[in-house]
Design a protein around this ligand. Structure first.
Ligand SMILES: Nc1ncnc2c1ncn2[C@@H]1O[C@H](COP(=O)(O)OP(=O)(O)OP(=O)(O)O)[C@@H](O)[C@H]1O
Length: 549
């Protein structure tokens, strides 16, 4: 299945009603796809393009007209430059410089009459708005310097040969994620842009729970330049877990060993935020705006993000790409899972219910390892590290296991996000490409204080210098172990109803907002740095992050 790949997945009616598929180019030049607010992280990420904005050598130059005004157009080795003519007053002179990566397509405008001699073409390019939002814009350019179709041929060649830009994508849609609009989102806001960029697609929709896991484990992705998922964090986690297992099996890695060096995926993944939380998409795009996510996939730039693996007694349980939670976090996710019929409203509802519930206390041994070669949490540490061989980064960097002793083994919750919060002077920046994480430990913190802390973390607000009572954060963590301490003589039959329910909950984890059952609550969670290539990942630029631009 190739080409648009839509015929087998969408009904004729759906395709026919999607007018933008028929006439996508005009429609998209004005499209402003809906920007929603992320519940996790969308305002926190300050990614900056480390694109080389030097212009390079001139390939072709000449005069053109744009909206009736004379302009000078130069095609350079690094991009395209459009400037006002020298005759215009200095203060009215405009300059537009676009690197080739930011040009999506060029197409010749069909002539109205045979008499029309000048070549006219449409340049579809990315316009950068503030706060990471990208928009497609179209400029109509008319040649009058005599270069004719030479303009079109060179622009076409340059923008289509940009390194990393995908030509063939595998797309997986979750029709029930978020507000249940995955298919419509794909048809209206994703497919037209991919078609405009001449990207071939193979499109599948999930048909049942955990289908993405199965597809990830069995599908041959080698034919594709990238994988796109249209859904939320749960869909991404399942696809990535299946794909990770497939890679380990092919590479002969014993992935049941918690010490194993996992083979890393080489095909980048792009996430179209069509779920509820859309945390990872927000992290890597700096927004959960749909059009931005699509344009970042087309741009092709990608960077490896970190993930956790979770093992229990030397048996692989799962991977986690967003958050690992145990105790009150898994209790809350179980509650939200049971309320799936409420769609997006289930999260605030479950959070509100949690506020009024008495916290469950569990007893466990908690140990962790720290990254020992860090001297600071400066984000620039990452840029240096990323120049190193990523496999070497993980070797010999960990401390021995350290036991957490502050709580007398009594806990309400233990959690960690697969990212680092870089503490700048006025705020935090979430960095999913780092080499260590924070471990959160709740030993009886007030519910409201805990929620406020989590919201602060996820929205990049500067954390107060003092954390709430009974809430602790350990920085620079690379692995942790939780060993539940249970009374060996206790059985489900010998305990009260309430305790039997608590025992059931003790076997549940919150993995990226989904409930995962673990047979033996004795887990090892390990961070794998620089693991999965994600589209939309833009390097943090030292000066700009430091200046908070
Ligand atoms: N066709 C399907 N039928 C039933 N369940 C499905 C189907 N496809 C995927 N699922 C389930 O949907 C869940 C993933 O949903 P997804 O992450 O896309 O949206 P969400 O949960 O609303 O968003 P988020 O995870 O960002 O909060 C997984 O539990 C997965 O097994």
């Amino acid at each position: 299945m190739s080409g648009t790949g839509l015929e087998t997945v969408f009904t004729e009616d759906e395709l026919a009603s999607s007018t933008d598929l028929v006439d996508c180019r005009q429609e998209n030049s004005n499209t402003q796809s809906g920007s929603t607010t992320a519940s996790l992280g969308h305002t926190t990420v300050d990614f900056h393009f480390e694109e080389d904005y030097s212009e390079g050598e001139t390939i072709l130059d000449g005069n053109v007209t744009v909206s009736g005004k004379e302009r000078h157009l130069q095609l350079k080795s690094k991009g395209l430059k459009l400037t006002s003519c020298k005759s215009e007053k200095k203060d009215k002179q405009e300059v537009l410089f676009l690197v080739w990566r930011d040009i999506i397509q060029v197409e010749k405008e069909s002539k109205d009459s045979e008499q029309q001699e000048q070549t006219t073409f449409l340049l579809h390019h990315i316009n950068r708005r503030s706060n990471s939002v990208l928009r497609l814009e179209t400029v109509k350019i008319e040649d009058f310097g005599g270069h004719g179709e030479k303009w079109i041929n060179i622009i076409y060649d340059q923008c289509h040969k940009v390194r990393g830009r995908p030509h063939k994508l595998f797309v997986l849609i979750n029709p029930i994620g978020g507000a249940g609009k995955g298919r419509q989102i794909y048809l209206k806001s994703v497919a037209p842009l991919l078609a405009l960029a001449e990207i071939q697609t193979t499109v599948l929709t999930t048909e049942k729970s955990k289908h993405a896991l199965e597809i990830g484990e069995t599908h041959d992705f080698s034919l594709y330049d990238g994988i796109v998922i249209v859904g939320g964090d749960g869909l991404y986690q399942e696809l990535l877990q299946g794909y990770t297992i497939q890679i380990q099996k092919r590479s002969g890695v014993n992935y049941h060993s918690s010490e194993a060096e996992f083979a890393k995926p080489n095909i980048p993944i792009g996430i179209i935020p069509a779920g509820t939380g859309n945390g990872v998409s927000g992290w890597v795009n700096g927004t959960i705006d749909i059009e931005t996510a699509v344009l970042n996939i087309i741009r092709g730039e990608n960077r490896r993000a970190e993930i956790f693996t979770v093992h229990s007694r030397e048996k692989f349980v799962c991977i986690s790409a967003l958050v690992f939670g145990y105790g009150m976090f898994s209790d809350m996710i179980k509650r939200t899972d049971e309320l799936r019929w409420m769609k997006k409203a289930r999260y605030p509802y479950a959070a509100a219910v949690t506020l009024f519930k008495k916290k469950r206390v569990f007893k466990c041994e908690l140990t962790y390892r720290l990254r020992k070669d860090l001297t600071s949490t400066d984000p620039c540490n990452n840029s240096t590290e990323n120049k190193l061989d990523p496999d070497k980064q993980e070797q010999n960097h960990n401390s021995d296991w350290i036991t957490y002793t502050k709580s007398n083994n009594r806990y309400c919750g233990i959690f960690s996000f697969a990212c680092d919060a870089v503490d700048l002077e006025d705020r935090c920046v979430i960095n999913p490409f780092g080499s260590h994480v924070q471990l959160g430990i709740d030993t009886g913190c007030g519910q409201i204080a805990l929620l406020k802390s989590l919201i602060k973390f996820s929205t990049g607000k500067k954390a107060p210098s003092t954390t709430p009572q009974n809430l602790d954060f350990i920085s620079n963590v690379t692995a942790f172990r939780i060993k539940l301490l249970r009374d060996d003589t206790e059985t489900d039959d010998s305990v009260s109803g309430a305790r039997a329910k608590a025992r059931e909950l003790e076997n549940l984890l919150d993995i990226d907002g989904e409930v995962v059952y673990v047979e033996n609550p004795e887990m090892e969670v390990r961070l794998h740095v620089s693991f999965v290539p994600l589209y939309g990942c833009i390097r943090m630029n030292r000066t700009e992050v430091a200046n908070g631009k």
